[in-house]
Design a protein around this ligand. Sequence first.
Ligand code: SF4
Length: 323
Amino acid sequence: MKEQVKPRVAVSKCLEFAACRWNGLKISSGVVKLLKPHVDFVPVCPEVEIGLGVPRPPIRLTAGDDGPRLVQSDTGLDHTEKMVAFVEKFLSQLGEVDGFILKERSPSCGMKNVKLYPGPGKVQSLGSKNAGLFGGPVMEKYPGVPVEDEGRLRNFTVREHFLTSLFTLTRFRAARDAGRMAELVKFQERHKLILMAYDQVKMRELGKLIANPEKRPVREVAADYRSVLLAALASPPQSGPVINVLTHALGYFKKGLLPAEKEFFLESLEQYRENRVPLGVPVAVVSSWIVRFDQPYLKDQYFFDPYPEDLIEVTDSGKGREL
Ligand code: SF4
């Protein structure tokens, strides 16, 4: 029986939670909507928290001597100090979260694609590769924790990776909080194929930690394990290792399958390699075999259902696998 876990995720409040944008609007986000029943969301609107009203004059990032400033676009009224103080306090009180979903391009919440201007008024931007005054500190203070913006989450591959790492980290938190070595061992066993797909070197490192030859306290092992796990899940898996995992899974069904079934599966792997079908296609084939043959080892592997089934969506922003 697989555990159901609920990730704790901090989210920009204007995404599905409140009409708190500068223009008094709320943003519709398919992924936030889908996640609501499965996640404990912590909604926050940094701009409202520092006392800016709704609606309010728009603000922007401008270049300053010590880094970007947050100023009112028309007048240059500077909100930087208030925002920095709020963010510091909020993040220090937030506690452990399993991930963040942020509003894209916002001078406060944006994580990486925010426009920077030379000053207020009608001036051309200097580029759009900056983080907002909330999004930036989030990335710094939670290294390795899944942080995405709602725009990037419209991309199928980005979303798949985000959801896999989010739910994997949440299951790890549950295993760690149980405070027993046996739970960590079980976590490692059931995530073997996910780890194999993400990072084999880190997978072996995690295996050594779990073996715990020095009989260190569970809490210490778990802390080290989490650091390595975060690093292992930092980037989406490459198609090569994923195909190796699926080929390895095929080995469990050698005797029961018809040659045509194997051929169909290998063809779907090839199509996945060529980016013509999503990973879900070959995974669905193996999942059907797991049910048919009641394969006990693969049945327990989260690789085949890393997050709740109703979060699987085939829509895509059309940006393919570009990250
Ligand atoms: S992007 Fe962030 S600061 Fe702006 S309205 Fe949304 S939650 Fe508030």
